[in-house]
Design a binder for this molecule. Structure first.
Ligand code: NAP
Length: 513
């Protein structure tokens, strides 16, 4: 039996009784200690006896209307009847969810506890605080507010409400901006948060899975002292950084959590100011904010001053210090792959002829870093103007894309997405370019073994993969965030496991397998 999770209400929504019964037992086996049955998902009238047979833990009865994000097909009268029946059952449901507009018409009965809820699928209403105040007067055991977040700062409004609530309150933003409040409401005193047993069922927009909350975000360990970190980007939902950083926090026994913050292009500065309120101690920065992150900070590492792009912000008093850990990670990854010199000394990149493919964000960090190491650098990019511009900035040579195979190189770095999932049958280089002894570094990490890496290995090249660079840049961030040494090998294992087909396993599960 997995360790119990007291702070997640696991939502089960299936059309068939049989499937609900199976999911109840499986969720309990995986550690769920509070389950919400969404009766509005059922294709047939609910058979309470069947649903509650062998009840392994407390259960919430919910019958959600379409206007609140549910699927209830019947009339409102029929719904009220069902809710009243659920409340009146002996040894039945422990909780009932009543929307704020019906909570006054369905009174408390017996020992069934009341969740008084409010859902807004469109927005965070201007009068949210008044709505909450009213709900606190409706005899709730818990108040629940789920409203669609339209901007990152909406999360803060919901968290503020939880913090000041006179009654236990679960409040969060739905949608892809809502993860911070879904997790952090627990830091500010929410009794539990919600998760899907089966994320694929599409129960609610942005609803995370139970496994994700339990194993990745470790919500059972969150408390008022938990320090907050995160990644800002857009899109950010598929970022592997939360998985990796949270796993490291756990392995180092740090009371910290790392969250995805979806911040639209052009909104980084106001976002940073707004979230000073938490505060967030450090950020990883990804597309499209790397340039804006450099511009938003006065104190910069030389890597940022050179590249004018930052992928890391570390809180320093009222502001942040900016770093570019991609810059250092690229060089470290390359150096680690070079065979030692004939007299056994570590190799350097000085005077090595390097061909860099691409002239985008990754190429920029790599180009500056390689130029600083004294390589003889040539940049080739599909759009020649971009290659030329970057080469001029950095102070190296540019090459037409079609002429890339003519470059005499000792190392080649692919900073294009050619070969990235789903286009795994593509390679930016003809195999004939790949001679034994050539160093081939592909920054792509989805998949780790790209066609380029596969062909390079087959032809006796030294290979460096994007996983190595990704892990090193994240490890450097961890060092900057915490001042502690990162467990590099552990991080590599976590990332490789996440990239394997059976992905999103938490470290706890990983230890077992
Ligand atoms: P980006 O800013 O969009 O730049 C992409 C570059 O590749 C541009 O120069 C683009 O040329 C070129 N390109 C795109 N499609 C191409 C094609 N079909 N043929 C030839 N050239 C093409 O992207 P990025 O942020 O630099 O990311 C590039 C890759 O690096 C991604 O796969 C990303 O996942 C990976 N990456 C890995 C790490 C790591 O830590 N391992 C870190 C950062 C990025 P145009 O100007 O002609 O479009």
């Amino acid at each position: 039996m997995a360790s119990a999770s007291e702070r997640v209400c696991v939502v089960i929504g299936r059309t068939r009784h049989k499937m609900i019964q199976a999911e109840i037992q499986e969720a309990a086996r995986r550690g769920a200690r509070l389950l919400e049955l969404r009766l509005d998902f059922l294709a047939k009238a609910p058979d309470f006896k069947r649903l509650l047979a062998g009840k392994p833990c407390p259960m919430v009865c919910t019958v959600r209307r379409p206007r609140d994000g549910g699927r209830w097909p019947g009339t409102e009268e029929e719904r009220h009847m069902l809710l009243r029946q659920a409340i009146a059952l002996t040894n039945g449901f422990d909780w009932v969810d009543l929307e704020t507009d019906v909570a006054d018409t369905i009174p408390r009965f017996g020992s069934t506890k009341r969740i008084v809820s409010y859902h807004n699928l469109r927005e965070v209403p201007a009068d949210l605080e008044e709505i909450h105040e009213r709900m606190c007067g409706q005899d709730p055991d818990v108040v629940k507010l789920a409203v669609r977040g339209e901007q990152p700062a909406d999360n803060l409004r919901l968290l503020d409400l939880v913090k000041k609530a006179p009654k236990p309150t679960v409040a969060f933003c739905t949608g892809d901006m809502g993860m911070p409040s879904r997790v952090l409401c627990l830091k500010y005193g929410a009794p539990f948060t919600y998760a899907a047993f089966n994320k694929e069922r599409g129960i609610a927009p942005g609803l995370p899975s139970f496994d994700e909350l339990k194993h990745v975000y470790r919500v059972d360990h969150l408390d008022a002292d938990t320090e907050v970190y995160g990644v800002v980007g857009d899109p950010v939902a598929h970022s592997l950084s939360p998985l990796l950083h949270n796993a490291v926090f756990r392995s180092q026994r740090l009371n910290a959590v790392y969250l995805p913050f979806r911040v639209p292009r052009g909104e980084l500065e106001p976002f940073l100011k707004d979230f000073d309120a938490l505060p967030v101690r450090g950020y990883s920065v990804t597309i499209p904010h790397k340039e804006a992150a450099a511009a938003a900070t006065k104190v910069r590492d030389p890597s940022v001053s050179l590249t004018q792009a930052a992928n890391t912000l570390v809180r320093a008093g009222a502001g942040f210090t900016a770093y570019n850990t991609d810059y250092h990670a690229a060089v470290e990854s390359l150096l680690a792959s070079l065979p030692p010199t004939e007299d056994g000394a570590p190799s350097t990149l000085h005077s090595k002829a390097v061909l860099l493919l691409g002239a985008g964000g990754a190429a920029r960090a790599v180009a500056y870093a390689l130029q600083r190491e004294g390589t003889l650098l040539s940049i080739a990019s599909r759009t020649y103007d971009r290659a030329q511009k970057l080469a001029e900035e950095v102070g190296c040579r540019s090459v037409e894309w079609h002429a890339r195979h003519n470059v005499l190189a000792e190392a080649v770095v692919n900073c294009t997405p050619v070969g990235m999932h789903p286009n795994v049958d593509e390679s930016p280089l003809h195999p004939s370019f790949l001679k034994p002894g050539l160093v081939v570094f592909d920054v792509i990490y989805t998949p780790e073994t790209t066609l380029l890496i596969k062909e390079a290995k087959a032809r006796g090249c030294h290979v460096v993969t994007g996983v190595d660079m990704f892990v090193r840049q994240a490890a450097a961030q961890f060092r900057l965030f915490t001042g502690q040494e990162p467990p590099l090998e552990f991080m590599r294992t976590v990332l490789r496991r996440a990239l394997s087909p059976v992905s999103l396993k938490g470290p706890e599960e990983m230890k077992k397998s």
